[in-house]
Design a protein around this ligand. Structure first.
Ligand code: PBG
Length: 340
């Protein structure tokens, strides 16, 4: 048979060509839609936003074209837009005045800090939109680390005490979901217990359970203004990109300690971790398409080497295929308009 043209061959004992022609299902648009295994909807998106002081103020972030820091009034406006677009939740990150960044991160505990005021303003608007706040000290420390630095070390338990107090302040301000992104040991349990004891039993916890020490956070650190301050790196608390099993141990601990939802971060380079977490634990698992991933797509599109819109949609569809319940993405409003 091998000397005959392919099209003349008869099916072999295993079936196969031409009885099996996988292209049949792909031939038309309606058929492709019919057999699609996953889909991307506005309900899959979480929109991260950067908050600054002022009134009716926006500031571009050069490394993240299309993303702006916004004053609180404009954050409320964006939250309304999220509701209109069907985006279920926003995540707020403060760009704290450098004068308020200290070794002890005390501004994190100020009930009137930028992110608490923004949260109260959004919640006062009565929207069907959840507010997610990071729990970590990096927007407030003079050294840019997520924890307290003592004799050159990020000290775990003293940091957890701070994170517990920060969590209570943020829950009091009205945050719906607290998202500890610091990677200290034991913080989920400590925060959960404090919330229960303090009348915040309904406050959800989404833990950044598997957060890697990544090169892809650069533009975010520009956006919150901690990049230039950072001394050294975060490898003594964020995970080694070489590790996968360790991510499962981290997730197991956070679930046991009371996390309602877990997150893997960054996104695309860690889809194997997303899949393993989903299949192992069957808890709502989120992924964060981080600032560097956003910047890569935008920069490549700017150079004309790829189609921005298609790359954006394909990258986000990949998270759904991997099993993510939702995705933090700076593309959120753009995507919601396209898929809504
Ligand atoms: C800080 C925090 C970071 C991000 C979210 N929370 C940066 C870091 O750990 O240095 C990164 C988000 C992004 O890059 O888009 N705890």
């Amino acid at each position: 048979t091998s000397d005959k043209p392919f099209s003349d061959r008869t099916p072999n004992a295993l079936g196969g060509y031409p009885l099996q022609r996988p292209r049949r299902n792909r031939r038309t648009n309606w058929s492709r839609r019919l057999v699609a295994e996953t889909s991307l909807t506005p309900a899959d998106l979480i929109w991260p936003m950067f908050v600054i002081e002022g009134d009716n103020r926006r500031e571009p972030i050069p490394s993240m074209p299309g993303v702006e820091r916004r004053s609180i009034d404009l954050i409320v406006e964006a939250a309304r837009e999220a509701e209109t677009l069907g985006i279920p939740a926003i995540a707020l990150f403060p760009n704290t005045d450098p004068k308020l960044r200290t070794g002890d991160a005390r501004e994190a505990l100020n009930p009137d800090n930028l992110v608490c005021r923004a949260t109260r303003a959004v919640k006062a608007a009565g929207l069907d939109v959840g507010v997610i706040l990071d729990v970590a000290l990096d927007p407030y420390t003079s050294h840019g680390h997520d924890g307290l630095l003592v004799d050159g070390e990020i000290v775990n338990d003293e940091t957890v005490d701070m994170l517990v107090r920060q969590s209570l302040v943020q829950a009091e301000a009205g945050a719906d979901v607290l998202a500890p992104s610091d990677m200290m040991d034991g913080r989920i349990g400590a925060i959960r217990r404090a919330l229960e004891a303090d009348g915040h039993a309904a406050t959800q916890i989404m833990s950044y359970a598997a957060k890697y020490a990544s090169a892809f956070y650069g533009p975010f650190r520009d956006a919150v203004g901690s990049g230039g301050l950072l001394k050294g790196d975060k490898r003594t608390y964020q995970m080694d990109p070489a590790n996968g099993d360790e991510a499962l141990r981290e997730v197991a601990l956070d679930i046991a300690e009371g996390a309602d939802m877990v997150m893997v971060k960054p996104g695309l380079p860690y889809l194997d971790i997303v899949r393993r977490v989903v299949e192992t634990f069957h808890v709502p698992t989120f992924a964060y398409q981080v600032s560097g991933e956003y910047a890569m797509i935008m920069a490549a599109a700017e150079r004309g080497v790829l189609d921005e819109e298609r790359a954006m949609l394909e990258s986000l569809a990949a998270f759904k295929r991997a099993g993510a319940a939702g995705i933090f993405t700076y593309f959120a409003p753009r995507v919601a308009k396209l898929v809504g």
